[in-house]
Design a protein around this ligand. Sequence first.
Ligand code: SF4
Length: 424
Amino acid sequence: MNAHAPLPAAGCGVAIRPERGQRAVFCGLTGIVWLHRKIQDAFFLVVGSRTCAHLIQSAAGVMIFAEPRFATAIIDERDLAGIADMNEELDRVVTRLIERRPDIRLLFLVGSCPSEVIKLDLSRAALRLSQRLAPGVRVLDYSGSGIETTFTEGEDACLASLVPGLTDAGPAAADELLVVGALADVVEDQFSRIFSELGIPARFLPARRAGAMPAVGRGTPYLLAQPFLTQTARALDERGARRLPAPFPLGAEGTTGWLRAAAEAFGVDPARFDAATAPGLGRARIALSPYRAKLAGKRVFFFPDSQLEVPLARFLSREMGAELVEVGTPYLHRTHLAPELELLPDGTQIVEGQSLDDGLDRCRAARPDLTVCGLGLANPLEAEGLATKWSIELLFTPVQGYDQAGDLAELFARPLHRRTRLEV
Ligand code: SF4
């Protein structure tokens, strides 16, 4: 786990309280579901148990019928009893996989709880297989185990594993902006257009193809597009890159703040910035206004899940006029989230970590108008008469940027709307 940096003293009046206990969250393997769609020639091979295979299949839903680029190499009794050489088994599975899927250029060996517990050395396996399969296929490893990672931290671990292999940008390192975090292609295209209108050369990590990953080097300015990229940011810092502090691009205000951080770093003229952002900002405001009427004054409770909770709470309170009862987050990176914390209303209650029963008690006592939580809690809370929003949808739906601001608000307004329609 990461050491907590002190909270920046920028006058933010939020109350942050740690909590420990039983947790109801996904493990990091879930990230594969959106990452495999983003990097189009990568394959994710989980080295784990049948439990892991079940998890991925249920999280991916109908996607499993579309010859997806992920699978599980199941550790069975022979492996556990030490009868089979696991490294030989793994090599055999990978060789067969590459023969069957010659389109694969990048293979991730994804560690799980069982592979961690029996101390299977996946980094050595990745190195060995990379040498064997070079130059056609590169093999990397990261852990998505529930012991080490919560939900979106799987993406963080995956992207961090890419960083050491990025080409060195050399003396031109500072000339190009790096946008870090998997964004839906449509969102990436919109941001690319805005950056080019601002005159900022921008590249994205991860790229859509294994061979097109951006270069990085001393002085490369980078913007995090997601709040959960702790390890990736650290790996980039080690390469000499420089993080641009910014709020996250959720909602009109967050998107403008995020773009402005890049514009300031590249010395973009304020008039040019206004001209480039005004159309998107205008569209976002129009799209948001009908939802504001539905969400204003509504009391919202966030259970910890994805680390997106703080930026989402900021969006709901400032742009939608919602009231924040409690904002739970599995982990709070004080420095990366500092610009967000400053924008939260004074007195906002943030809970870092989870003690499930205590959280449920507080939620039941508060009877919020809307509860944002994982799938495990959603239906039981609905049965108790509470409207819920499944937080996983916020990862599967394009929500960043001006043109998605209305869709983001709609995700929160929908459960409230459905309730009123179902009430007779
Ligand atoms: S990695 Fe761990 S938590 Fe995740 S599905 Fe496998 S056994 Fe369960």
